[in-house]
Design a protein around this ligand. Structure first.
Ligand code: AMP
Ligand code: TRP
Length: 333
């Protein structure tokens, strides 16, 4: 029996990077799982609150992400889908784990350092403690595997350290989870600055493909993506980051290998190549958008999230009471 845990923040429109780097892997792990495996995929709304959010927009984004999960192929009969804040044990374990985390190790997190720079109205203390909440998300369910994109590797390392630290202070309690990062697609780059990752929060609209972008917008964004001037289609992320990124996107969208694509396009120009990349992305996203619209307006969505919350709570409570007992916060033995 294996347990898989992951989540995504409902902090705006999801990008193709979120799909190829994360959701696609959740779905394939789900589809390859055996009957007794447990898969928990949640909407990380508490994480979204680490930077200021508009409450009405956040409420909408939570439902929207749930509909995206379902539209992308997550199946509530195989995976437990829920909203993080509805399982209040997440907040509680985060506090307990904060008691064994050091400020120094949190200050060293690169995502904290980056996000801190961008905060104009002051940096919330939750931005610093965010990776501890993430460790809690994972340890609550005693995960074996955590599928994420490359940018989460450091947070996973911290989670592993905290699990080991807890085990050595309070006796064996947690499994030490493994980070699963896809070989191709773990870091989809910006279409405008292909040395930077594609991000939900990029102020430049045309830098990212959003999962809900209409067909003509996808075509335009890919056609105007930044490449280079040597006219050769080959995979070389250092010298040809733009073309390499398009090759990665094409490969992940179709299942064709990068070598196969390089061979196929060895005599083509960038214009034709970009047109085909756009077709591949559109073929991937259009069916997802159709299903998204269905789920967003369905009654099923709330039932799925209610059931997910109840199932997750059952597991989370067990872990939490074990932790509390080991830490001594219990009145009777
Ligand atoms: P976030 O948008 O930060 O909530 O990320 C959700 C998941 O998507 C995490 O597993 C990230 O590692 C992954 N992810 C985000 N952006 C990208 C990207 N540009 N390429 C690949 N994976 C990504
Ligand atoms: N921090 C992750 C991100 O921003 C989202 C996340 C929160 C997560 N908790 C998690 C991912 C637990 C995996 C496991 O992408």
């Amino acid at each position: 029996m294996k347990t898989i845990v992951s989540g995504i923040q409902p902090s705006g429109c999801l990008t193709l990077g979120n799909y190829l780097g994360a959701i696609k892997n959740f779905v394939s792990m789900q589809n390859n799982a055996s009957e007794d495996d447990n898969i928990f995929i949640f909407i990380a709304d508490l994480h979204a609150l680490t930077v200021p959010q508009d409450p009405a927009a956040l409420r909408k984004n939570i439902r929207s992400l749930a509909a995206i999960y379902l539209a992308c192929g997550l199946d509530p009969n195989k995976s437990t889908l829920f909203v993080q804040s509805e399982v209040t044990e997440h907040s509680e374990i985060a506090y307990l784990l904060q008691t064994i985390s050091y400020i120094g190790e949190l200050e060293r997190m690169t995502q904290y350092k980056d996000k801190k720079q961008k905060q104009v109205e002051g940096v919330s203390s939750s931005l610093l403690t965010y990776p501890v909440l993430m460790a809690g998300d994972i340890l609550l369910y005693n995960a074996d595997y955590v599928p994420v994109g490359e940018d989460q590797r450091q947070h996973l390392e911290l989670t592993r350290n905290l699990a080991e630290r807890f085990n050595s202070r309070f006796s064996e309690t947690f499994k030490v989870p493994e980070c699963l990062i896809a070989k191709v697609g773990a870091k989809i780059m910006s279409l405008q600055e292909p040395t930077k990752k594609m991000s939900k929060s990029d102020p430049l609209e045309k830098a990212s493909i959003f999962l809900l972008d209409p067909e003509n917008v996808i075509r335009k964004k890919i056609a105007s993506s930044v490449t280079d001037s040597d006219g050769v289609i080959k995979f070389d992320p250092i010298n040809k980051p733009g073309i390499s990124n398009l090759l990665t996107i094409y490969s992940c969208s179709t299942g064709k290998s990068i070598d196969e694509l390089v061979e196929q396009y060895k005599n083509s120009g960038y214009g034709d190549f970009k047109k085909d990349v756009a077709d591949a992305v559109i073929n991937l996203l259009m069916p997802i958008q159709e299903k998204y619209n269905y789920y967003l307006n369905s009654k099923e969505l709330d039932e799925i999230l209610d059931n997910g919350r109840d199932k997750a709570t059952y597991f989370a409570r067990k872990t939490l009471s074990k932790m509390k007992r080991k830490m001594g916060i219990i009145r009777k033995k």
